[in-house]
Design a protein around this ligand. Structure first.
Ligand SMILES: Cc1ncc(COP(=O)(O)O)c(C=O)c1O
Length: 408
């Protein structure tokens, strides 16, 4: 991974560093398109093949059918396809929880204000047990629930959610289940049937180590006709005339397809997914967890540190969130980068720091982080709650009850 050799990169949960095989795939496709004329039959045909290959690869990764895969720009894009396409009635209820990313919260808030949908927001501890999560969701899922939506792995604390258990409660009352899979692919093993979800929206740029602006949305085949395309592009109709008549596509997932897309980015995405599929994903997942355990063990030996993530069991993931008593999270991430070249992120809603441990990280890198945190924690009395202006950062915005910063 040449682009991160001179640092400790622990931020794959935001964006994974693309390896050479991904960069090479993008480059070679870009050169092919640029050095041949863009609309030649060869270029057009090979672009089509890249799309077909993307869908086939995602269907292997998700263990679903390729006609249940829509290629999207990112997770948020896919979430919007579902939320803005379901046929809402005023009074319909959507169940979600308060650990969610703005990509879940904001589209849901928009539904509330634009469609009269009622939100039932469950309050959860970031390290809640699966039993508690299930009970909390079950207590608000009723006959009025139209959709239950939540992240597979919570970005805030790394809590891995009991997806199939929540899905089965939701399905008993006829509700649909949308999972924000931003932290899923390349991080944990996936199987759409075993998860029991109706929709799963995912990116290419995080644990798959693919390029930005790539992603995929799974929609269970029998539900495709239920979702109306909220933005209309080339896939909407293949039979129309110049007098305003058209036959709308209803059953094919292609009805959501817009227009021109980037084949080089898709080629990079394919290279990323292919590589992950060649590995034993259960071993990759194990490695993520092993390194996360090493962080948690190291942190708990330091005075003044609170680990907010689940400590052990099936609630854990490769995301570990912690805070240093009395220190602003932005101050800590700034110091880690400036003094130690360690890249982690701040979770401002929890005044916490999040480290992502990916399979390419090493034990030595974890130890470098622990040592740096030890040193920072020693200084905590001196700098307690001293706000720091980080160059280039925008002023924090206040949204309702929680402060949010950059939403990645
Ligand atoms: C849980 C979760 N949802 C959504 C997003 C946004 O993802 P994307 O940029 O792919 O839309 C993120 C990004 O960090 C995330 O962690």
């Amino acid at each position: 991974m040449p682009n991160i050799d001179d640092m400790t990169y622990l931020n794959t949960g935001w964006s994974g560093p693309s390896p050479k095989y991904v960069v090479d795939a993008i480059k070679s496709r870009l050169e092919f398109e640029s050095f041949n004329c863009p609309t030649s039959p060869e270029v057009l045909e090979s672009a089509k093949q890249i799309t077909i290959e993307s869908k086939a690869l995602v269907s292997d990764l998700f263990k679903c059918q390729s006609d249940e895969v829509l290629l999207t720009d990112n997770t948020t894009d896919g979430i919007n396809v579902v939320l803005n396409g379901l046929p809402w009635k005023p009074g319909d209820e959507v169940v979600l929880c308060d650990l969610e990313h703005p990509s879940v919260l904001l589209p849901a808030y928009n539904l509330q204000s634009s469609k009269g949908v009622r939100l039932r927001i469950v309050s959860l501890n970031g390290n809640a047990s699966h039993k508690n999560v299930r009970e909390a969701f079950s207590s608000v899922i009723t006959g009025r629930t139209r959709l239950v939506m939540f992240s597979h792995i919570q970005y805030s604390t790394g809590l891995r959610m009991p997806v199939s258990a929540i899905a089965s409660v939701a399905h008993k009352v006829g509700a649909r289940v949308l999972v924000d899979g931003a932290q899923g692919p390349g991080h944990v093993e996936l199987d759409m049937n075993a998860l029991g979800v109706d929709f799963y929206s995912s990116p290419g740029q995080k644990w798959l180590l693919g390029p930005d602006q790539t992603g995929a949305l799974f929609i269970r085949r029998n539900i495709i006709p239920e979702i109306h395309p909220s933005r209309i592009g080339f896939g909407f109709s293949s039979n129309f005339n110049l007098q305003g008549r058209f036959d709308a596509v209803t059953h094919s997932i292609d009805k959501f397809s817009m227009s021109t897309t980037s084949s080089p980015l898709r080629a990079g995405y394919n290279a990323a997914v292919k590589k992950i599929l060649k590995q034993d994903i259960s071993k990759i997942e194990q490695r993520h967890l092993e390194l996360a355990t090493r962080i948690k063990t190291g942190l708990t030996s330091i005075t003044g540190i609170q680990v907010l993530s689940p400590y052990e069991g099936s609630e854990c993931s490769g995301l570990t969130t912690f805070s240093i008593d009395g220190m602003e999270s932005n101050y800590v991430t700034h110091k880690l980068w400036k003094n130690y070249k360690i890249l982690v992120r701040s979770i401002e809603s929890h005044q916490a720091i999040r480290a992502s441990t990916a399979f390419f990280n090493t034990e030595e890198e974890i130890d470098i982080l622990i040592e740096a945190i030890k040193r920072l924690a020693k200084k905590r009395k001196k700098v307690a709650l001293t706000p720091i202006a980080v160059k280039g950062r925008k002023k924090k915005q206040t949204v309702g009850f929680r402060k949010v910063g950059g939403a990645q």
